[in-house]
Ligand binder design. Structure first.
Ligand code: FES
Length: 84
């Protein structure tokens, strides 16, 4: 079996954290658990990405997602991981 490991980096800088990533983090954790992806996907909190005005920010692999909300993150996760 090939182990696919992707990395999610969620900005935990104060701007992104207070504008939604605090809640988005919980949504991602629940998604990974519910979809049994905790071994395939590495979830990391990050310091400020220096992109606060476009935040809340999330990175998956090399892709950067801006203005992420706890609602829109579900679409992002389904797009990224729906086939896993
Ligand atoms: S706090 Fe997230 S980009 Fe600065």
């Amino acid at each position: 079996m090939v182990l696919i490991r992707k990395e999610i980096k969620i900005c935990m800088g104060s701007s992104c954290f207070s504008r939604g990533n605090k809640q988005t983090l919980l949504v991602i954790q629940k998604y990974l658990k519910d979809h049994h992806l905790e071994r395939e996907i590495v979830l990391k909190g990050n310091h400020c990405f220096s992109d606060c005005s476009s935040g809340p920010v999330l990175k998956i692999g090399n892709r950067v997602y801006e203005q992420v909300s706890s609602d829109s993150v579900l679409d992002i996760l389904n797009t990224e991981f729906g086939d896993l």
